[in-house]
Design a protein around this ligand. Structure first.
Ligand SMILES: [Mg+2]
Length: 289
């Protein structure tokens, strides 16, 4: 298959605040294998290759590639991009979770019923928002590893008072798995692992160490979709599929996996974070670069 790639930059409508600082521009790579499209969206601080690694890898790739070559790819985001470019298929409608930016009301009117809130240590801010949201809203709280053990206790106690909190996501650092395992047995509100399971090797490791709670999977940086699929099916993992801010190309590949492997609302409700490269048409996205 003839291989081509194009690098893109996509500016966030307003910079996204993360635990790793402000994120203003999403850079990624669209790839094309004959008439099939794929997307490579590294997230280096989450443990994938860097964008630079991925670009250099694409530059060094042969002009004509085959499936055997793809199976030798060393980088997780590139593994996802190339392998998923091969798989095609129908995309079915899935319930979506939206990351709240400024205004949950417009998201609610667009039909979203699951909302994700990024939290700090300040419970009062989340409480104000939770008390404002309709009771039918399903809420996910994401701490991005920012809490101590005693803060996590406080948050879980707080969460247990609400009927509509689906889970508390990654309260503590990756190396605190034992503590999170213990806490997950003490409260009604489930804990979901995200940063702890950013690639398949880590996912397997947490499973081996006893985690049977929720796994947040970012398929775009998790490596080969075929291996991820096999592991999830074999162990019947309870998963949430989530974005690393792809265009429609990477998103549709992730959503196909989610449709097959997960029963929870998918975390891909992020197009409201961008003004550009929002087209759903792959050819149009490609031609706009
Ligand atoms: Mg998260």
């Amino acid at each position: 298959m003839r291989f081509e790639f194009r690098v893109y930059q996509r500016r966030f409508r307003k910079p996204l605040r993360t635990n790793h600082g402000e994120w203003a521009i999403r850079e990624g790579i669209l790839i094309r294998l004959d008439d099939r499209f794929g997307e490579i969206t590294p997230l280096e601080w989450f443990g994938s290759e860097s964008l630079k690694d991925a670009i250099e890898f694409c530059q060094s790739a042969p002009k004509a590639i085959d499936p055997d070559w793809i199976q030798q790819i060393p980088f997780p985001a590139c593994q996802f991009g190339f392998e998923s470019a091969f798989s095609a298929g129908e995309l079915k409608e899935l319930p979506q979770s939206a990351l709240i930016s400024d205004d949950w009301r417009s998201l609610w009117h667009q039909g979203y019923r699951t909302f994700k809130i990024k939290i700090g240590s300040e419970i009062a801010i989340a409480k104000a928002l939770l008390d404002e949201l309709p009771k039918a809203a399903n809420v996910r709280l994401d701490a991005n590893t920012g809490l101590t053990e005693s803060e996590t206790h406080q948050w879980l106690e707080f969460c247990d008072r609400y009927e509509n909190i689906e889970f508390l996501e990654q309260p503590m650092l990756e190396n605190e798995l034992e503590t999170m395992l213990k806490l997950s047995q003490q409260y009604r509100t489930p804990i979901a692992l995200d940063e702890s399971v950013s690639n398949l090797a880590q996912l397997k490791d947490c499973f081996d160490r006893g985690w049977r709670g929720i796994f947040v999977i970012k398929p775009a940086i998790a490596g080969f979709p075929s291996q991820l699929r096999q592991f999830c099916l074999e162990h019947q993992l309870d998963t949430v599929f989530s974005t690393v801010f792809e265009t429609a190309i990477g998103r549709s590949a992730g959503l196909r996996l989610a449709a097959e492997l997960s029963n929870r609302a998918v975390g891909y409700g992020t197009t409201h974070w961008f003004d550009e490269l929002n087209s759903e048409d792959f050819e149009e996205l490609w031609n706009s670069l």
